[in-house]
Design a protein around this ligand. Structure first.
Ligand code: GLN
Length: 240
């Protein structure tokens, strides 16, 4: 059994971790173990020292107030995160942190929460919240299932591509049919649920990218995904 280590950094779990987003960390830990690696999970909260050795970075959603709390710290580590993204480190940012990886989130009360601009996106809070189960079609990942709950509506700039197009639900906004954003190996998305238990193809994308970058090769041995497949079948039947 390999003793190769993969380190996952979870950004701001204290303030940015709602609607089950911690499940994304659990899925990465378990799948890495199943593939024979030694996973390490580090929580990063405001004021913590940013670790030097990081292979996968994840972050979750939060209330506008939680976003306000972590914003200054996020801005202080923004250039490190950008360097890591440009070095092709895989990242998954959900909802509140997806928004703040963009240029800014202008809340429905007209407060501007500046983001780090790693993703070329802008978000505007609206009075209507977009809430419910959501299904996407993604070229690379196929069908994706999740749950969205946000007031922010996000618009993509030229330097990002969408994660997928919406089959059921709202996604980034009510004006176009896109959901999420991608830049290099960074994925931003509104999909809670959590996302990875029902969409293991994205977990494997993050894992494979990290492992190949660090160790040169990855063997995607067959693992038992029957529970994930059951979760997908159930999600597919859920109403909006
Ligand atoms: N506070 C943000 C919004 O309402 C993000 C919400 C979330 O992370 N679910 O748009």
């Amino acid at each position: 059994m390999s003793k190769q280590t993969i380190t996952i950094l979870q950004l701001y779990p204290r303030d940015m971790n709602i609607y089950g987003d911690y499940g994304n960390a659990l899925v990465l830990l378990r799948r890495l173990e199943w593939y024979g690696y030694t996973p390490r999970l580090i929580a990063y909260n405001p004021g913590d020292e940013f670790p030097s050795d990081v292979d996968i970075i994840i972050g979750g959603g939060g209330q506008d107030s939680g976003q306000g709390k972590i914003q200054a710290d996020l801005l202080s580590i923004g250039s490190r995160l950008k360097k890591l993204a440009d070095a092709d480190v895989p990242m998954l940012m959900i909802c509140g942190l997806y928004q703040l990886f963009g240029k800014f989130f202008k809340t429905s009360t007209d407060e501007i929460i500046e983001g780090i601009g790693l993703l070329d996106i802008e978000t505007y809070g609206k009075s209507e919240r977009l809430i419910g189960n959501i299904i996407l079609e993604s070229e690379q990942f196929g069908l994706l299932y999740g749950y969205e709950n946000h007031s922010g509506q996000t618009y993509l700039g030229k330097k990002v591509k969408p994660l997928g197009s919406v089959r059921m639900g709202a996604g980034n906004n009510t004006a176009d049919t896109f959901e999420g954003a991608r830049y290099r190996n960074v994925i931003g998305s509104y999909l809670h649920g959590s996302l990875l238990p029902k969409n293991p193809q994205i977990a494997d994308f993050l894992i494979e990218t990290a492992v190949v970058k660090k160790y040169g090769e990855f063997s995607n041995d067959v693992i038992d995904d029957s529970f994930a497949m059951r979760a997908r079948r159930t999600a597919a039947r859920r109403p909006r």
